[in-house]
Unconditional design. Structure first.
Length: 255
């Protein structure tokens, strides 16, 4: 292990499971102290226990990213606990498999729920996270996007795809606005990943075969593979990288 994040102070939203959990574990393994933020506090606490078993330092904080007061409080809690903040991983998101659909059939509630978490929640995380980074004199932000935000590769998932497209516009403008403050902002773009929501969908043999057929590598990613990219973008090894979109999709968007 390189310990390239030694001494860094980080927070990860949606850190209780899937990519968020793997990101929190990876950042901690690389030397960072990590605030694990999740709407499921018990899940966040389990990740914190894992980190502590590896002799890392972590803190679990209940956070609904769609509620600004909760995000502001959670960021302040992590910042106070670790004496500052250097890294923000805005990862929390939802994919409403049972109700997201084509535009003419899409219910406004599903649309609003998707944007509330995936886009507004990311904005709120970045808004208050950036304020902490400014107080610390700089740092790195990594947002979790999706190839669905740049390609029509998830037919019928109108709300999710739209929300993820929005995250990229948000990422780019923040990268420009804060670069003079020694803050880098980038996006990681996971393709189909073995995480709880996708695992349920992939239990359907037909859907699994159709999904994997689109991926040149022929398989889904494991969450730690995405976490590796997040850790790189958070580290000083990516010191000249900002406003960038890093695809980790097994070649999905190359064809």
């Amino acid at each position: 292990m390189s310990h390239r994040l030694q001494g860094k102070r980080a927070l990860v939203t949606g850190g209780g499971s899937g990519i968020g959990r793997s990101a929190a574990l990876k950042l901690a393994a690389e030397g960072a102290r990590v605030g694990v933020l999740d709407i499921d506090l018990a899940a966040a606490e389990r990740v914190v226990d894992e980190i502590r078993q590896l002799r890392g330092s972590a803190l679990a904080v209940h956070t609904n990213v769609a509620e600004e007061s909760e995000v502001q409080s959670a960021v302040a809690t992590v910042e106070k606990h670790f004496g500052g903040l250097d890294t923000v991983v805005a990862n929390a998101g939802v994919m409403l498999f049972e109700s997201d659909t084509i535009a003419t059939e899409l219910d406004i509630t599903t649309w609003q729920q998707s944007l509330a978490v995936n886009l507004t929640g990311m904005f709120l995380t970045c808004k208050h996270g950036l304020r902490a980074l400014l107080r610390a004199g700089g740092g790195a932000v990594v947002v979790t996007g999706s190839p669905t935000g740049t390609h029509g590769c998830a037919p019928t998932f109108t709300a999710y795809s739209s929300s993820k497209a929005g995250t990229l516009g948000l990422m780019r403008i923040m990268a420009v606005d804060y670069v003079k403050h020694n803050i880098r902002v980038n996006a990681v773009m996971p393709g189909t990943t073995n995480s709880p929501p996708v695992a349920t969908l992939m239990q359907n043999p037909a859907i699994r075969a159709e999904s994997l057929a689109k991926i040149p590598m022929g398989r889904a990613a494991d969450a730690p593979e995405i976490a590796n990219v997040i850790a790189f973008l958070a580290s000083d090894e990516a010191s000249y990288v900002t406003g960038a979109i890093w695809y980790a999709d097994g070649g999905l968007t190359a064809v």
